[in-house]
Design a protein. Sequence first.
Lengths: 343, 183
Amino acid sequence: MDSFLIYKAILVLVIFVVSLVIAMYSTILERKFAAWIQDRVGPNRTGPGGVLQPLADGVKMFMKEDIIPAHAHKFLFKAGPMIAMTTALMASVVIPFGKTLLIGGKEYALQVSDLNIGILYVFAMVSIGVYGIMIGGWASNNKFSLLGALRASSQMISYELAMSLSLISVIMASGTLSMSEIAQQQSGWHWNVITQPLSFIIFLICAFAETNRTPFDLPECETELIGGYHTEYSSMGLGLYLFAEYVNMFISSAVMVTLFFGGYNIPYIEKLGLAHNLETILGVLFFFVKTGFFILFFMWVRWTIPRFRFDQLMNLGWKYMIPLALINILVTGGLILIFDYFK
Amino acid sequence: MLSLSNRKKVIEQGELSFMEKLYLPVIAKGLGITVKHLFKRKVTIKYPEQKRSFAKIYRGLHVLKRDEQGRENCTACGMCAVACPAEAITMISAERKKGEEHLYREEKYASVYEINMLRCIFCGLCEEACPKDAIYLTDRTVDSEYNRDTFIYGKDKLVEKIDNRIDISQRKIKTEQKLDKLK
């Protein structure tokens, strides 16, 4: 039992650090990627090729004066970024990063907690994440922040619906809510994206909206709302908000990989007959490669297309995404019935 | 109306077609464009290590030339100041004393010679006006400063140093060609 607890503690720590490091290096990658797309070089002064830029940014954020506006609600103003960051990190609990590790004859799963309602847990965490934005925007006592928070919450509500509806067809097909089981079922080439392409596209679009990324970055658009909900934030408060966005990006990429792209499963690896631990480690690497691709995809989209107008955003969410997701559920249900009938 | 260039495109903003309403096909097209740029050659010049090469006849910071013996060419005739469209040049003339023959080429010289770099438009008319081969524009640039006063360059900054001559041969050729054309 002790070794189990120690293992879990280490795993939590590792995942925590890995998420933070990935988020940290996403910031520099984002700037580099933007630069490359715009035929520029990007930040390249701090360290070789600019690799130390995130550290410099972090130090800068810490050193800045932390200003609380005169009429802001002090407690909530402080709590906002904390909630945003905590919830962003908490969603990684149910993500299966790999198969099992054999240590001293015992099998340890590379997942902090295999909740039997894993997907619901992710949704719960993501929706609490919007409280961080709402509270921060409201507590700043600034009209732009409030507008940003307002947009964030309405956007979240409209897209969360479509997101969960799109996943229902996946859950119907796999018959479980547990993330690790869904990942396991996709071994070989049984990736859900092949059987559920529409569900994946809807989920992807909603993930953009959930993470407040372009084209759905209305809560924090610089041009209209001067930063939206984090207008009044300075120092590490701002840092946490910006950072939470990148953590969210990592988590949603990881969720996407787990649910649609086979998670940690490498097709045909069992034919190589590798040692169990080696196979697991390769699987973890594969998982992170796929996750990295989606993080890049988030950035790629951000530097390609402009922002949606608010009415377009709502139209898309309510009039296209949700009906499409419902149709998808219907079709999936029908197909399952037909397959069961002919079995 | 009569089209002069025939390059005008009339764009009508009608209803979006079904494919356009889906957004995704056009977004995919856009992604294709950006990914092409990802592998393009970068246009950035990494400044302190790498400098943009100037044209040989670049019109930058002025220099007041000395002759081969290190004597100042300028005789403070004021032609440059008259030619200057921006009225950036001003000077005070003085008479050469005995024993100063090694400093100034002719009997009269400029004791004060100032160019206001904020007024100067770097047109190069001063060098065309100069009868004494004294002032030239070079491929150097004017440094940025915090204070407006420091942009008024005196002789200390304009006259070339004896041990650090500034090559204006390219510029000279260009000016001569131009003057030949005028003749």
